[in-house]
Design a protein around this ligand. Structure first.
Ligand code: CP3
Length: 374
């Protein structure tokens, strides 16, 4: 039972917190919030114009430019969230390795042995990644209060994938060989990364991000048994070190349909899933209270408007109007995505999210009246 005072405080908080933050907390919301992973990038002509002037790393390291490209999709589409423009590999540089983008990332020298792991630094983010924190502070001044600023980091397994392989890989043979042949060295690397990532996310929160997302793009390479042994303890540690009641924590996985329960066990506020698992199944497996994020196949944005709408509607219906949901893709926007598809999706999700809620509350009101008559 909510006392009148707590009720009033809740109303005050709600008036201050943007839609996306409230949805991540599982509070009732007026419509479904939406933002997209990789919403800034090459599919936008205004992004390509900036990139024609500077390389990707310079863009990430120059706060004024990083602010500009973060804001580009906000101006165009009316997203509820702005994700800090950066890359999951920025802390890897700060740990002492060389990172290049051609455009796929390359890391030099790769991390393969115990002494390689020992040589990695645990940087002070306020020094080594100060440009990211400056970008965050500038963004909080620029963004309207209704738009939530999301910070992010790569999850340890995904960062380790680039650090051990040295490049994008298909089978992750070197990473997984290290895991199976030298588990102590593997865990030492994961532990170090967990501390670096926790320091980094906490510094982002300190600088002003309102939600954080941990990107575990590659942990879907593991089955549940290995995820539990090699990944879960490290992700759980990060959640414990970083999560605050004010700043919700989203855990994203790709190809992680068989790992959803284990991801939830790590303790995030929100589980973000790819399109290979239906929202209906995710909802059934994780229960009605767990805030879920996702999960449109990014290539549906290449389809005609009516297909985009019907696929988005299916997701909204599957997730249920009275259960917490943040609309997103199942993975990032791809570089050739038609801009009209994105605009259509954002408009539709806001309209339909509102309509489904009104319909549901109408049905409840009718149900109550009928119950009163009986
Ligand atoms: O809009 C946003 O989502 C914020 C910016 C962002 C980027 N990368 C910008 C980027 C975020 C959140 C990331 C995360 C990231 N980076 C992940 C996790 C999410 C995912 O996509 O799985 C991963 C695995 C990386 C590593 C990475 N960075 C790759 C594999 C690539 C090259 C891929 C490609 O597009 O060719 C990058 C480069 C990168 N990161 C670009 C952008 C906009 C393209 C750089 C360019 O302009 O040339």
């Amino acid at each position: 039972m909510i006392s009148p005072e707590t009720g009033a405080i809740r109303v005050l908080q709600d008036a201050q917190d943007p839609l996306l933050v409230r949805a991540c907390r599982g509070e009732p919301v007026e419509t479904t919030p939406i933002w997209l992973m990789r919403q800034a990038g090459r599919y936008l002509p205004e992004y390509r114009r900036v990139r024609a002037q500077v390389d990707f790393l310079t863009l990430c390291r120059t706060p004024d430019l990083a602010v500009e490209v973060t804001l580009q999709p906000i101006r165009r589409f009316g997203f509820d969230g702005a994700i800090l423009f950066s890359d999951i590999l920025m802390p890897v540089e700060a740990m002492g390795l060389e990172v290049e983008f051609n455009p796929a990332p390359e890391v030099n020298p790769p991390v393969r042995t115990e002494s390689d792991v020992k040589a990695l630094r645990r940087p002070d983010p306020t020094r080594a990644l100060g440009f990211v924190l400056e970008t965050i502070r500038l963004l909080r001044k620029e963004l309207p209060p209704s738009v939530t600023l999301l910070g992010f980091a790569g999850a340890p397994f995904t960062m380790a994938a680039y650090m051990v392989e040295g490049e994008v890989s298909k089978e992750f043979v070197r990473l997984k060989s290290l895991m199976y042949r030298e588990p102590l060295v593997f865990h030492a690397l994961m532990e170090k990364l967990s501390l670096v990532v926790s320091d980094y996310l906490s510094a982002q929160i300190e600088a002003g991000v309102q939600v954080v997302q941990l990107f575990d793009t590659w942990s879907g390479q593991l089955g549940p048994r290995d995820y539990r042994e090699f990944v879960l303890p490290h992700v759980r540690r990060i959640v414990e070190l970083v999560k605050t009641p004010e700043v919700p924590f989203i855990l994203f996985g790709n190809g992680t349909g068989s790992l959803l329960e284990l991801m939830a066990e790590a303790g995030p506020d929100v589980v973000s899933l790819d399109w290979r698992t239906s929202m209906k199944e995710a909802r059934r497996r994780l229960g009605p209270r767990m805030p879920l994020q996702g999960n449109l196949d990014p290539t549906v944005l290449y389809a005609p408007a009516d297909i985009i709408r019907s696929r988005a509607r299916e997701i909204l219906e599957d997730v249920g109007p009275d259960t917490p949901h943040i609309f997103n893709l199942g993975h990032g926007v791809t570089p050739e995505t038609p801009i009209e598809g994105v605009a259509e999706l954002v408009h539709f999700v806001h309209e339909e999210g509102r309509r489904l809620r009104e319909q549901a509350s109408g049905a409840i009101a009718v149900g109550t009246k009928e119950a009163e008559r009986e």
